[in-house]
Every structure is written in C-alpha cells, then in structure tokens.
Design a protein around this ligand. Structure first.
Ligand SMILES: NC(=O)c1ccc[n+]([C@@H]2O[C@H](COP(=O)([O-])OP(=O)(O)OC[C@H]3O[C@@H](n4cnc5c(N)ncnc54)[C@H](O)[C@@H]3O)[C@@H](O)[C@H]2O)c1
Length: 277
C-alpha cells in the first residue's frame, strides 16, 4: 500500500526540521533548487529510517513545480505540502527575491491545488518581515492576493523603479504570502484542504547565519535584544508550529498566519525598534 506523501520544498534548515517531524511513517518528497543540498538532506533522513524521494525544483518555474506536483501524486495521497524555498534580502537582487519568495510561493499553491488530497494541508514559510512594513494601500493588498499568478510580477508597484532595495522586496514578498494564503484558502477549501503560513523571526539556519555574518548582522542582534523573549530560535520550534497547522487539531484554521518571532514585531510596534524600509 502506498504511504501518504509529505512534500517539503526547500531542504534547508526549516524544511529539514519540518521533514523530520512530519515525515515519520510517510513518504517524504524532498525538493530543492540545489541538487547537492537535496541529496545530502535525503541521505541524512534515509540514515534515520525515513522513506525519501527527491526531485530538483525551481519554484520560480511553473513547469518545474508542475512536474513536482505530478510526481508527488504518483507516490500516494498528497496530504501535506510545505514550501520553505526562499531567498533572504542579502542573498539576491530585487527581481530574484520577488521571483522566488512572491511569485514562486503563488505557483506552488496553484500547482499543488491540482493534486492535494481531501483533508490535506499546505503551508508556506513567510517571515516576520511581512509584518514589519507599514500597511499597503488596500488596492495593493487586493492585487497581491487576487492577481492571476502569471501577472503578479508585472504589477506596477513591483517594478524596479518602485522597489528601492532587496529588504523592501523581501517584506512585500512575505506580506504577499499572507495575502495569497487567504485567497488560496478559498480555492483549496473547495478541495477539502486547508492552507496557512508561518512567519518566523530569527531562526538559526544557514539563511539566518548568512544574514548574521553580513553588514546587517547588528540589526538582527538589536532585534533580539529589544524583543521580550531575547533569543533566537532553532528550526525545531517552527516545526512544532507546522505540526499543529498541518495536523487535525488545526481543522478550523485556514487562510491564517502564525507569527513566531519571540516578540520582535511587538517590540517594533512598541517603538523599541525602528521600522525598516
Ligand atoms: N531562518 C530565518 O531566520 C528565517 C526567518 C524568517 C523567514 N524565513 C524563511 O523561511 C524559509 C526557509 O528558510 P531557511 O532558514 O530554512 O533557509 P535555508 O537557506 O536553510 O533554506 C532555504 C532553501 O531554499 C532553497 N531554495 C532557494 N531558492 C529556491 C528555488 N528557487 N526553488 C527551490 N528551492 C530554493 C535553498 O537552496 C535552500 O536549501 C525562507 O522562505 C525564509 O525566507 C527564515
């Protein structure tokens, strides 16, 4: 008998923590743009007795994501889809951040809607950055939520002259994830499936280490210092929250975002930190 399938896109720090927690007794389909990353991650899981399949995927290519979704459906009932693929503001230019973090997230929702099983759940890892920016004009919120995916990157307020830097691109992309999740909850609901996002704060993974060691590392450390919890978090804490949102206890939760940031956004709202942008 085929096992249920958990698809993990992005085999980095957060993706692997979720794979370890959600993949027990299931088939884990692990996918990443970096072939070496995905093979190493798969070996690690197989060594711990998980059943793992791998595929290369680039979330910014619809064709690539469609092939992944089709392959997932051949393995068994696709019960969980978790998109952790992402580029941080310091890793890539504005257009790449928007392609992967904004457009790519929308493509994953579109293509997995075709194959998600009834009772299934989707999750995208957004970011506390999506809560940092001042609210967008209502028409921009609406456009990010409902514009057909293939037209998203042509929106006037996402053009190079309108997005001053990669941090703003990242904040808009992560805000778009929240809005897209709400819109997607409607169409996934028709298939008997739910979809949510998690907005992590500083989670110690290769991505966060890259930021901490860069010239904005001091900004990260100031965030931790000003926050009520005063620490960073391991990826396992995100996996705990993912287990809730993906599992039966969250049957009434869809179209929602869970902020897990140790209170950094609370500190920002309280005026303890400047609002970036
Ligand atoms: N680590 C943090 O502090 C933190 C905080 C907030 C949000 N996030 C978000 O969480 C998600 C996961 O981050 P992480 O910390 O695990 O990072 P990570 O760098 O460890 O993992 C991200 C993975 O995504 C893959 N990837 C990048 N572009 C891709 C593409 N086009 N298609 C498929 N895969 C691609 C990378 O190869 C990498 O393996 C990201 O979206 C990130 O923005 C992370």
């Amino acid at each position: 008998m085929k096992k249920d399938v958990v698809v993990i896109i992005g085999a980095g720090g957060i993706g692997m923590a979720i794979a370890r927690r959600q993949g027990i007794g299931k088939t884990v389909l692990l996918a990443d743009v970096n072939e070496k990353t995905v093979q190493q991650a798969a070996e690690e899981l197989r060594g711990a007795s998980y059943t793992v399949e791998t595929r290369a995927v680039d979330v910014s290519s619809r064709e690539s994501v469609a092939a992944l979704a089709d392959y997932a459906a051949t393995l068994g009932a696709v019960m969980q889809v978790v998109n952790t693929a992402g580029l941080s503001p310091n890793m890539a230019p504005v257009d790449k951040v928007l392609e992967v973090d904004l457009y790519g997230a929308a493509v994953v929702f579109d293509e997995f809607e075709r194959v998600i099983a009834p009772g299934g759940a989707g999750l995208v890892i957004s970011s506390m950055a999506g809560h940092m920016m001042p609210t967008l004009p209502p028409e921009q919120d609406h456009a990010l939520a409902f514009t057909p995916t293939e037209e998203l990157l042509a929106l006037p307020f996402l053009q190079a002259d309108a997005v001053p830097n990669t941090l703003v691109a990242y904040m808009i992309a992560k805000r778009a994830n929240h809005l897209r999740v709400q819109a997607t909850a409607m169409s996934w609901g028709e298939k008997g499936a739910r979809v949510n996002s998690i907005s992590p704060g500083i989670i110690v993974t290769p991505l966060a280490r890259h930021e901490l060691e860069s010239e904005i590392g001091d900004i990260y450390r100031a965030m931790v210092e000003a926050s009520p919890v005063k620490r960073m978090a391991p990826p396992e804490e995100v996996a705990l929250a993912a287990a809730y949102l993906l599992g039966p206890d969250a049957g009434f939760v869809t179209g929602s975002d869970l902020l897990i940031d140790g209170g950094v956004i609370a500190a920002m709202r309280a005026g303890k930190l400047p609002t970036p942008g």
